[in-house]
Design a protein around this ligand. Structure first.
Ligand code: NAI
Ligand code: AKG
Length: 524
């Protein structure tokens, strides 16, 4: 049974895909209510109220996935989750339209002073001359951050007859042209825009993006909107610009601290505010809840998740294509790690043939996780493999080659350790399975499955019989046996697949046979 803690208010209807699964047990409690059972949950579903800190993650040792029913994951310590091998997913587009519409509603309200007029009329006043606004038509809208929401805001702005001036370092000319907006530097946008709206994530680069220096570059009488994240517009440095009238008005849906408490900005008549309502529509909440619920189901069914923050995104199609290689990679890493049971500095993975055209990042991560698994006590998987490798000083790299050794596909792993380098190569044969085709300089052919025994010996007559006798004497049944050699009379090897793992006494007895150099147990 998979236990899911839903710790924030998430659309009940959106959770339906999870409720229909007999294997999922949903508990709806906030974190403090669930304190005594935190250690039992496999999944955590949040909006923005729950702070998913390192401390909380430490109390949830079974946690495998955190789902954010929304876009921003700034309430989740993604690095801490990654370190623990916990997948973090979000619902990247379920609330885009709602957030864009809210931004637009704020823009109209700001320039027509609707909230102020509303309060006035409700106070039984009728003061039409106090609320003269501006038209949006013909104005220049500056959009900083042109992703999903920024581009939806732009479409609405164009319909209102505004020209749209965008700053987004990652925006291509083709996309800008398609959406009828012009690309500019940040300084150009600041200089020309009548209204500026920010739609970036909150990052090291965007925190305080509109602070004293950049606010000074804006047009006198500019309007500002932040429906993205508190802190992109620096709240403290905004105050003198409002006091001097340089900034004509500000609309804020988000704050550096939420709730903002008795914030000085709230005292300004021309600052209009909402309590982080960008995604608060029935439609958006249904969308985001459904998206994360479905992703969670896929995850626990062993299917790929498409909206992970800390894993490469994979579509179902791509996943189906790489699945076989993903398992082969894991086995190559696992076997290589046990064979090279010494400190290693570098792994080099080479893809050849059909596999080279696929999304190899994912395969490499799987291989790395397989390699690290016998070496680290904590969970290691494709989420944290790169981070764990780095912590242990192991570097890795991918290469692509045309050398398939006659197979349709081939993955080759070379491990560089102190005084030794080891290479293993594998291929996947559809409807047959994974095969290891090269092992430490010897061409061979065996399935990387189950309890394996590696024996390196000199190529002499009678070796197979001697090994068989020792195993028989220890009541160990041989399922398969493959032999290979570098040259007649030279370095040779056997790979045996056994019905059960052998103990140290068997390894010792085998090692005492003349002409046997090395004996190793390998679990695949
Ligand atoms: N108020 C609310 O309730 C909601 C707020 N949001 C917030 O809105 C923001 C935007 O969300 P989406 O459009 O979905 O994200 P997105 O990821 O689609 O777009 C973000 C854009 O910002 C750009 N960007 C990143 N760093 C930048 C920089 N230094 N300067 C300029 N551009 C930069 C990126 O290239 C990207 O195009 C996020 O902060 C999100 O958390 C999202 C939904 C609801
Ligand atoms: O859950 C919410 O209402 C907040 C939405 C939001 O800010 C986001 O998706 O980034």
């Amino acid at each position: 049974m998979v236990r899911v803690l839903v710790s924030d208010a998430i659309s009940e209807e959106g959770l339906a895909p999870l409720r229909t699964s007999a294997h999922i047990d949903i508990v709806q409690k906030n974190v403090s209510e669930a304190e005594d059972e935190l250690h039992t949950f496999d999944a955590l579903l949040v909006r923005s109220a729950t702070k998913v800190t390192e401390e909380l993650l430490a109390k949830m040792p079974k946690l495998k996935i955190v789902g954010r029913a929304g876009v921003g994951v700034d309430n989740i310590d993604v690095d801490a989750a990654t370190k623990r091998g916990i997948v973090v997913i979000n619902a990247p587009n379920g609330n885009t339209i709602s957030a864009a519409e809210h931004t637009f509603a704020m823009m109209a309200a700001l320039v027509r002073r609707i909230p102020q007029a509303h309060i006035s009329v409700k106070s039984r006043e009728w003061n039409r001359s106090a609320f003269v606004g501006n038209e949006l038509f013909g104005k220049k809208l500056g959009i900083i951050g042109f992703g999903r929401i920024g581009s939806e805001v732009a479409k609405r702005a164009r319909a209102f007859g505004m020209t749209v001036h965008v700053f987004d370092p990652f925006l291509t000319k083709e996309r800008a042209e398609k959406l009828g907006v012009s690309i500019h530097s940040l300084d150009e946008v600041l200089a020309v825009a009548d209204i500026i709206t920010v739609h970036t994530p909150l990052t090291k680069e965007t925190r305080g993006l509109l602070g004293t220096e950049n606010l000074a570059k804006t047009k006198k009488g500019v309007y500002l909107i932040n429906c993205a994240r508190g802190g992109i517009i620096d709240e403290q440095t905004l105050i003198p610009f409002l006091e001097s009238g340089h900034v004509a008005g500000v609309a804020l849906d988000v704050f550096e601290q939420e709730p903002p408490g008795d914030h000085p900005l709230l005292a300004f008549d021309n600052v209009i505010v909402t309590p982080h309502l960008g995604a608060s529509t029935v439609e958006a909440q249904l969308n985001v809840a459904t998206q994360v619920a479905e992703e969670l189901l896929h995850f626990f069914e062993g299917q790929p998740v498409t909206s992970s923050i800390n894993l490469p995104a994979l579509s179902k199609d791509v996943y189906e294509k790489i699945q076989a290689f993903y398992h082969l990679g894991r086995k190559l890493g696992l076997i290589a790690s046990q064979f090279m049971n010494i400190p290693v500095q570098e792994l080099s993975v080479t893809y050849a043939g059909t596999v080279a055209d696929l999304e190899t990042t994912y395969i490499t991560r799987s291989l790395l996780a397989g390699f690290l698994r016998p070496r680290v006590a904590s969970t290691v998987n494709e989420v944290n493999a790169a981070m764990v490798a780095k912590e242990r000083g192991i570097t890795y790299g991918e290469k692509f080659s045309d050398e398939t050794h006659g197979y349709a596909n081939c993955i080759s792993l070379t491990v560089h350790g102190e005084n030794k380098t080891f290479t293993i190569k594998g291929t996947h044969v559809p409807n047959y399975g994974d095969r290891i085709v090269h092992f430490d300089g010897v061409t061979i052919d065996f399935a990387p499955e189950g309890h394996l025994l590696y024996i390196q010996h000199h190529d002499r007559p009678g070796m197979i019989g001697k090994v068989g006798n020792v195993l028989g004497a220890h009541n160990v049944n041989i399922a398969t046996m493959q032999v290979g050699r570098q040259e007649a009379g030279g370095k040779a090897m056997m790979i045996l697949s056994l019905d059960k793992p052998v103990d140290d006494a068997v390894l010792k007895a085998l090692a005492q046979i003349d002409d046997i150099e090395t004996v190793k147990r390998l679990e695949a």
